[in-house]
Design a protein around this ligand. Structure first.
Ligand SMILES: Cc1cc2nc3c(=O)[nH]c(=O)nc-3n(C[C@H](O)[C@H](O)[C@H](O)COP(=O)(O)OP(=O)(O)OC[C@H]3O[C@@H](n4cnc5c(N)ncnc54)[C@H](O)[C@@H]3O)c2cc1C
Length: 372
């Protein structure tokens, strides 16, 4: 059965298609060369309602997962780095504040965050705790009714520009809790940006806490692990959408180039070997699109989605890597030159094989889901 978006979903897709085409795509190469936090584009994404899509009215717009996925896919077609930074804001950087912050804190931070004026970061990963978050050593201790955090996080997206940090910390031998820390808190320091090969304008840094007072605990103590599980499916479908977006951009580039580039007196798309690349790319793209929309639809229908979202991310991100690689082969030397965007797509796409869980972690989760 074919996936047919509703009029409303189509309108959201079109809004973000135009934004990506007119504003993200023209900015992408310069942001890659000279990485910086893309504040003006972040604010525009806020104006277009990206950050409140998944939150109920009146704060958000209460859009469904399919609409969110369509928007994120379009963003990633324009610039995966900006899309990645915006993805953090629209989900992990704000979701626990939206769900659990006390009314005064919510009122002070959330409206600005949903407009993109206040940046929210998520601090989970540590130098020695990546996939294995239960190995984290950042601890929270309660003193005079307030939690104080100590430890080091890394790979925190948009940390230098963030005003609010959602932090996972250990509160028991086998339990984690979620805290809100605000910029300017004592003992909070932000390290250097990590120099990385792709999504370079989605800046990532180390964040350290030295007996730092948290603004508040978000939700129940010791419930951090359970809260993470609740949002995992959405993170994974959204990461699949990011992969789909960058793969779509790479495919378009290769298709156009193959019609324009002439060798041996003919457009290179006349050669069967080049046609094989284009055909394989089209198949991967179509299959990735279908599995991603399928997983998003299941979320909206309230159906079981843990395995399906992991399958969508695994397939879409691996397919996107293949598509970007084939695009580079079609462009040959021009796929290796920064004058064309394909070499950037090939660097950027690797992010989708890590965020939301590495392919290895996803395979393990899918396999376990087959018998549990
Ligand atoms: C661009 C970018 C932005 C990020 N933004 C954030 C952010 O905002 N906040 C944040 O907290 N984190 C962020 N991260 C960190 C990200 O969540 C972690 O990189 C990810 O969880 C993987 O951890 P790791 O890199 O330490 O890899 P590791 O967990 O050390 O994995 C290393 C290798 O071992 C494999 N492996 C590990 N465990 C298993 C297992 N059980 N079974 C099979 N294979 C396994 C992995 O698949 C991988 O191949 C970001 C990362 C990137 C690249």
């Amino acid at each position: 059965m074919d996936f047919a978006p509703s009029d409303e979903q189509r309108a959201i897709q079109e809004t973000f298609r135009v934004f990506a085409e007119r504003e993200l795509r023209p900015a992408a190469a310069e942001l890659d060369r000279n990485p910086r936090f893309p504040r003006e584009l972040f604010l525009r994404a806020g104006e277009l309602g990206l950050f409140g899509m998944r939150y109920p009215e009146p704060e958000g717009s209460g859009a469904d997962v399919v609409s969110y996925v369509l928007a994120m896919e379009q963003m990633a077609r324009g610039c995966l780095a900006v899309a990645a930074a915006c993805a953090m804001q629209s989900l992990m950087g704000t979701v626990f504040v939206q769900r659990f912050a006390p009314p005064d804190v919510r009122e002070r931070l959330l409206p600005g965050a949903l407009r993109g004026e206040i940046v929210g970061a998520i601090c989970m990963t540590e130098p020695d705790a990546g996939s294995d978050l239960m190995a984290m050593t950042t601890r929270a201790v309660e003193r005079n009714g307030r939690h104080h955090l100590s430890g080091a996080k890394t790979w925190v997206t948009s940390a230098h520009d963030a005003a609010m940090f959602t932090v996972l910390a250990r509160t028991g031998e086998k339990s984690l809790s979620v805290f809100l820390v605000e910029a300017g808190a004592t003992g909070l320091s932000i390290g250097k940006d990590i120099d990385k090969c792709g999504v370079r304008a989605s800046l990532t840094s180390e964040v350290c806490f030295d007996d730092t007072p948290a603004t508040c605990l978000l939700g129940e103590k010791d419930a951090g692990g359970a809260y993470l599980k609740e949002v995992l499916a959405e993170i994974r479908v959204m990461t699949a959408a990011l992969a789909l977006g960058v793969a779509g951009a790479a495919f378009d580039e290769a298709l156009t180039y193959s019609g324009e580039r002439r060798q041996f007196g003919r457009p290179i798309r006349d050669f069967q070997a080049v046609q094989a690349h284009l055909a394989e790319m089209a198949v991967d793209l179509e299959a990735a699109r279908r599995i991603t929309y399928w997983a998003a639809c299941r979320s909206d229908q309230g159906l079981r989605n843990e395995n399906e979202s992991a399958m969508a991310e695994l397939f879409a991100s691996e397919a996107a890597l293949r598509v970007c690689d084939r695009a580079a082969r079609v462009l040959a030397s021009y796929g290796y030159a920064s004058e064309y965007p394909v070499e950037r797509y090939l660097r950027d796409v690797r992010f989708t094989l890590i965020g939301g869980g590495t392919s290895e972690i996803l395979r393990g989760a899918i396999a376990r889901g087959l018998w549990t």
